[in-house]
Ligand binder design. Structure first.
Ligand SMILES: NC(=O)c1ccc[n+]([C@@H]2O[C@H](COP(=O)([O-])OP(=O)(O)OC[C@H]3O[C@@H](n4cnc5c(N)ncnc54)[C@H](OP(=O)(O)O)[C@@H]3O)[C@@H](O)[C@H]2O)c1
Length: 284
């Protein structure tokens, strides 16, 4: 049985990983930030020596995209130095490393789905820090790594776009939602299932950079409409533009990651996001 060590185990993705959806042939040990700080080499070494995992999945990250503009140091420490330290420790102990990255490594100026060979051009502190984390893995000799990029991550629980829409929709007020950013809603639970399949069967997927996500795309407005339809909520919804809601960090106008190749390599179905949404609502 392979052992998987999950960092950031209290996060949106990390908590789904530690619930181990779908892969009964894995032993999973999850660590939150208090138990394993990825910016502290001794903390990493202690966990690896104690638990001797076959693979580490790094779900730890600094994800406060707007706040990062004001505090670049912690963003870079967690998103760039952390993956570097993990890669060095994994290389030393012969452990595989699966690291999660983001659509923000792209500038969003493309109008066709992003594939891993497309050139990154990060905009903003968070985006820069995540790209630096990818490069740190690539620069670490002796580490076998997979970077899996994901966008628009959400879940049927916790704090994310879907939960915000449900809360606002139930308030009965009219809503305006951005309709000029394009991407694909991606659910943490099937993403965790895919990552754990990779952890269990690394021979299926060559090491390197991959994109995960269902078939799409849509806009936040389109996603909001589908959330309300799926929950039978009748709300007055109208489209607006990014310019109507200025944010400290720039959002990519187009961030649809093409996840077909990754799904095929893992022998998983490549489903449309609306089907994925329906499935997640049914699962609760
Ligand atoms: N959410 C999205 O829409 C989205 C989109 C694209 C890509 N991603 C990527 O997907 C991955 C998972 O995101 P998520 O939504 O699950 O993020 P999340 O909910 O913010 O979880 C991140 C976790 O990392 C922990 N953490 C922070 N600093 C740490 C440290 N130094 N050592 C160990 N743990 C630390 C956090 O703990 P505390 O809460 O205690 O700080 C938190 O539990 C990230 O790599 C993110 O960049 C997310």
């Amino acid at each position: 049985m392979r052992t998987v060590l999950v960092t950031g185990a209290n996060g949106q993705l990390g908590s789904r990983l530690t619930e181990n959806p779908g892969q009964s042939d894995l032993r999973i040990v999850g660590f939150d930030r208090d138990e394993l700080d990825i910016t502290a080499p001794q903390s990493i070494a202690d966990a690896l020596i104690t638990h001797r995992p076959d693979v580490v999945i790094n779900a730890a990250a600094y994800t406060a995209v707007d706040r990062a503009e004001e505090e670049p140091e912690p963003a870079h420490a967690i998103n760039a130095l952390g993956p570097q330290l993990l890669a060095e420790a994994c290389a030393e102990h012969g452990i595989d490393l699966i690291h999660i990255s983001t659509d923000y490594v792209f500038d969003g100026m493309q109008n066709r789905p992003y594939v891993p060979s497309d050139g990154p051009n990060p905009k903003g502190v968070y985006a820069d820090s995540k790209r630096a984390g990818e490069l740190a893995l690539a620069a670490t000799p002796g580490c076998r790594w997979w970077v899996v990029r994901v966008a628009w991550l959400c879940d049927t629980r916790g704090q994310n776009f879907m939960q915000t829409m449900l809360r606002l929709g139930q308030s009965g007020k009219a809503l305006r939602v951005v309709n000029d950013q394009h991407g694909v809603p991606t659910f943490a639970r099937p993403f965790a299932e895919a990552l754990l399949k990779l952890a269990a069967h690394p021979e299926l997927v060559p090491a390197g950079i991959w994109h995960y996500g269902p078939e799409g795309p849509t806009t936040w407005y389109g996603f909001a409409q589908a959330i309300f339809d799926g929950h039978g909520i009748d709300v007055e919804l109208s489209p607006c533009t990014t310019a109507d809601y200025p944010t400290p960090a720039e959002r990519p106008a187009y961030s649809y990651l093409d996840g077909k190749a990754f799904a095929e390599a893992l022998q998983l179905p490549y489903v449309h996001w609306k089907e994925a949404l329906r499935h997640e609502i049914e699962r609760g």
